[in-house]
Design a protein around this ligand. Sequence first.
Ligand code: ZN
Length: 371
Amino acid sequence: MAGGQYFNPEKVECIRKNIASYDWAKALSKEAVDKADTLIGYGKHYWWTLPTPNELPRCLPPGHINSGCPFCGDENFLKFGSRGWIPHIVGNKWKMECKNCGGIFPSNDFKSYYESGLDELGIFRSSKADPSYLVNTLYPEKGPDYMVDDGRGYVDETNNRWSFVAFYNHYGLWANWDDDGIDGGIILSGAKKMSEAYVYTGKTIYALYCLLLLYKVALLYPDLDLNVWMRLPGRPYRNTDGFSLQGKATGRICEAILARNLCMAADAVMPVLRTHKEEAESFFSEFASVDAEQIEETIVDGLLRQVFIGVQNGSIGGNEGMYQSALAIAAVCMGECEESKKWIEWLFQDGEVIAKNDPIRVRTERKTGGN
Ligand SMILES: [Zn+2]
């Protein structure tokens, strides 16, 4: 039985007692609940259509050769380092704004392009998307193609690829580990804040929103493979992969943080699939005709099991301890069973990394144990 293992009934009761008894716990709870209230205010369609498939790359920083901003150049980078951009995530606008000069990129209405390409499951397919949105509308004096991004970026006259859509996809949507707020990395931070608000208050609505997000992530997560983008000649999409060319939604170092947080959130909210089965099914019904068991199985298969696959093939990595904690919480969330025992045994068994050159993937990895 998956979920409710780390956040088991005794722990949840203890957490809620602390909130009732201590000001520090009240303050923590209030902060999470205030943020979660903002997030569920974005509405169900927002969360359902938020996670992106592999056909849209992810990257940081936006320029693969030049740092900084297309307008103010290195001033952005020198003042703010890697934190010089504001993702317009309210309304999922697919824009990045320079904190130094206020320049906004990409120049085309990618939001409309994205929405025109959503299939019946709310998943973006470029083959469906309307190309009439691939025109510069922000800076008409610079010509129709300037800083137009179809997801893969814009190559300027110096041969630098500016990838603001991929940058937004990473920092705005999937993960921004710099920030424990809700201003970016909204898939990670949304799952975290909404699941915390559920644990702290017991209000089902937070869990239902979080489940909707996790279910959608789980539909896409098995196919997320950043190697497809990072291995291209000249490495046009830079990520936190430690030059391994491996990752899933994000480079493999960041991925360990993302995977761990998604599994923690899953553990917190999955019990609702059993305690409020009909409510959950009704909540999902406008998007997917699935029963509670199918939702649970999708999250187990599309998220928890992928963590074990990812740590073995190096797409979930990071410094020592990072991928281990991601797999450990996936195993705990899974509950006691043969499969989770195997994962825990793998974590403690001696192993090595076997790296090979590969004609397509450039490089592959196989990790044989977690110790
Ligand atoms: Zn700028």
